[in-house]
Structures are given as C-alpha cells and as structure tokens.
Design a protein around this ligand. Structure first.
Ligand SMILES: [Mn+2]
Length: 443
C-alpha cells in the first residue's frame, strides 16, 4: 500500500489528452503521484509500453485513499467518468474539509460535476493546453519527452487543430511544445498508428453492419456490433468508418462477448451534437466525439435506444431555406441573351433560372453571356445557350447537401424547388458566407 498525499487522476478509458494533462500537472506538483485508470485507450497503452518508466504511475488499488489530502483531477469533472476511487469521490462529494480538490477540465458542465476547491475550466480544444499555459506562466522547462506527450495530447483532442472546439490557445500551446523540443516523428507514430488486426476486423464489421437512416435531414449511421475479442481503439475505428462514408454521424455500439458494450459516436463538424442521444447512457465527450461504456446490455438494444432518442429530438442542421435568395430571378426561355445580360447586371447577379411555361428548364450564367457576347450571339434567345441539365435542391435540404451538389457538378447556382415550383436560388456566395459564419461549438 502506498500513501502519497497528493494524487492526480483522469477519466476512465484514459486518452492522450487526459494522460498528458496528468503528466503536466505533475510538473506543477512534483510530489504528486499519477493514478492510471483501469482501462486505457489503445494508442495510449502502446505509448506507455515504451514510456512507462519515464512516466511512472500507480493503480488505484495500490493506494491508501484515506491518507490523501489533495487530489488533482484532469480532463474530467463528472463523478460518473472516474472509476475505482469511490471512497475518494464520496469524500469529494461530501466536501471533506481535509481534502483539497483541484480540477483542470475543458468539458461542458454536467449534472454530476464534482465540487472543487480550485477550478480551472475553460472551453479550449485540449485540457493539456490549460496546463501548458500554467507551466509556462511559472517559467518551468518542459523536456522533449514531456513536450512530445503533451503535443500528442493537444493533437489528439483538437484533431490536429481542426476540430470545432479548437482555439488559438491550443495552437499557441502546440507551438510552445515544439519550441521545447517535441519530436514530430514520435507524435505521428502514436497519433495515427496502423490498425491492429482486431481493429481492422471491427472496421469491416462496422461498415457491414451500418444501417443508414435519414433523421432530421441528415444521414446517420447506426450499428450494433458483437465483437469476438476486446478491441482497444474502437474510437479510431469509428472515426475511420465516418471518414470512409457519407454519413453526417455514426453511432456504434460494440459488444464484447455479451459482457459489456462500448458506445462510440462521431460526427462531422457542423452537423449534429452527438452527446444528447448518449445522455441516458452516462457517457461523455465533445459535440463531435463522445463515448459511453455500459454493462451487459446487447449492442442492438443500446442502438435501439439511441435511435429512439434521435427520433425524439432530431438534429436540426441549417437548411437551404434559411440562406436561399427568394424569390429567385427567373427569365423566360424566349428572352434575348442581350436582355438577360441587362437583367443580371441590374440585379447584380451572376446567374438566373430559365423557365418555360413556368417550369424550370435551365440556367443562364454570366459566363454563358460573356461567351455569347464574344461570339456576337446576344440577339439569340436564352434557350440557345443556357445549360439544360439543371441540378436543383429542396428547401429542406441541409447546407451540406447543397454544398455537395455544387461541388460535384462544379456549378455556382442551385435552384431551390418545392415540387416543380422554383422558390429560390442558392449561390456560392451564400454557401461561402454560411461556411465562414460563426459555427463554433462548445467543446
Ligand atoms: Mn480532453
């Protein structure tokens, strides 16, 4: 039995951000002992297989919990996400005056958040960022091995600075770690290691078992999968399945020999928040990446519950109707190209729909008109030089869908049709504005 007075703990199924933050917290409090959670993410386990002597840890079972008078909790503050330390959690919840509780976290608040005597919570992409800032503020040096682990932590939780929750502070922390000698070759090795055989098998099973359902205007993949063996790294498997397909999000429940299930949810940026459908399962995470570990329930019934939750409150992604120009400029197919040119110039537009007897028949654009002018054909009717194969979109379509169609055909205008009736137009400009608009989410 070991009796340290200060311990550092993180969440169950420890990940790189949580472990890097724990190691960083130890730089701030060198006498503290890091408690390694019972379960580790696969990538972190591989990292520790080589690095465990550099970053010594203890298991919760080796500790005399009664002797602890200070606990530093990193990358989590929900009681339900911390395992194996129940007597200590009870003292925290009871606000034991003999116990100092320091929390470093970047998750959104939840019902079962632990009370703290010292709370460092900010909506940054990676909690390691907060600790790097604190270390730098104290003027402490970070050696290259520590800097490398912390850089992996920032990369992992920010998707290498691309996830919606990423902030300038994360980029600065990463820059600082590179300045302290973080080794990029080691970062890449552990950040995206090759799949294990078990991960490959899980990916094949997931892709094969995916049921794609349209909910709230988005294609959402759902799968309940039974696995033969415990497979570390199912989070990466799920991310890979999302990257390979067209789904806006994937909810996967992996059952391990009927004993337990791990639910992993991943969503593309700007689509939906995957946390609410998992809320009843005691999981945690971020809007685009969340997970939950649950007891004996079969994966299929877990997925049924998630499907029901999604139908109860469907995602509401931004729709074409919200950004389209309405009414759209529509010109008769017999109008001369010269008149069409004038109408576009007057309206300040780069394209118009072409109607014949009220029905959409084509599109005429500035590009077509300039070409006609060069060829001296402006007296001909629009129909002579309009494009006939018109891609259109419904007002209920998501912006993602509109962007996909525009990109696939490399066109700048998408007429919006309700049934056969032209009710608006979406252009590159409007999609650009929506894409660059403030769509940052909470972390
Ligand atoms: Mn984190």
């Amino acid at each position: 039995m070991r009796s340290p007075r200060t311990i550092i703990v993180s969440h169950e199924t420890a990940d790189f951000d949580g472990f890097a933050a724990a190691v960083a917290a130890q730089l701030l409090e060198p006498e503290a002992v890091i408690v390694l959670p019972r379960s580790l993410g696969g990538d972190l386990r591989d990292f520790l297989a080589l690095h465990k002597d550099r970053f010594p840890t203890v298991a919760a079972g080796e500790l005399d919990l009664a002797a602890i008078d200070r606990v530093v909790i990193v990358d989590v503050r929900r009681a339900s996400r911390i395992a194996g330390l129940d007597p200590l959690l009870a003292r925290i919840c009871a606000r034991d005056p003999g116990l100092e509780v320091v929390i470093w976290d970047h998750h959104a608040a939840a019902d079962d958040d632990l009370p703290a005597t010292e709370l460092h919570v900010d909506a940054v992409g990676s909690v390691t960022t907060l600790l790097v800032e604190a270390i730098r503020a104290r003027g402490l040096a970070i050696d290259p091995v520590h800097a490398t682990l912390m850089a992996i932590g920032v990369h992992a939780d920010t998707g290498s600075l691309t996830y919606a929750g990423t902030t300038a502070r994360d980029a600065r922390a990463l820059a600082c770690l590179l300045g302290q000698g973080a080794r990029l070759a080691v970062v890449s090795r552990y950040l995206r290691p090759p799949f294990t055989d078990a991960q490959r098998a899980a990916l094949v099973a997931l892709l094969g078992g995916l049921e794609i359902e349209r909910i709230g205007g988005l294609e959402i993949g759902l799968a309940g999968i039974e696995l033969e063996e415990g497979t570390p790294g199912l989070d990466v498997v799920t991310s890979e399945a999302l990257a390979l397909g067209r789904c806006a999000a994937i909810f996967a429940a992996f059952g391990i020999r009927g004993r337990k299930s791990l639910v992993v949810a991943r969503a593309r940026p700007g689509t939906l928040d995957v946390r609410p459908p998992l809320a009843g399962l005691g999981g945690g995470g971020h809007s685009g990446a969340a997970s939950a570990a649950i007891g004996g329930e079969a994966p299929a019934s877990v997925i049924a519950a998630i499907r029901a939750a999604l139908h109860r409150s469907p995602p509401a992604p931004p729709q074409v109707a919200a950004i389209m120009r309405s009414p759209a400029l529509a010109l008769d197919h017999r109008m001369s190209l010269r008149s069409a040119d004038e109408r576009l110039a007057t309206a300040g537009l780069r394209g118009a729909a072409v109607l014949r007897e009220g029905a959409l028949r084509g599109m005429i654009t500035r590009h077509d008109l300039d070409r006609a002018a060069r060829d001296d054909r402006l007296d001909l009717p629009i129909a002579s030089c309009m494009s006939h194969h018109v891609e259109s979109v419904a007002p209920e379509a998501s912006l993602e869908e509109a962007l996909e169609r525009m990109t696939a055909r490399d066109i700048g205008h998408l007429p919006v049709l309700r049934g056969d009736r032209l009710i608006g137009m979406v252009t590159r400009d409007q999609l650009l504005a929506a894409l660059y608009g403030d769509r940052r989410e909470g972390s």
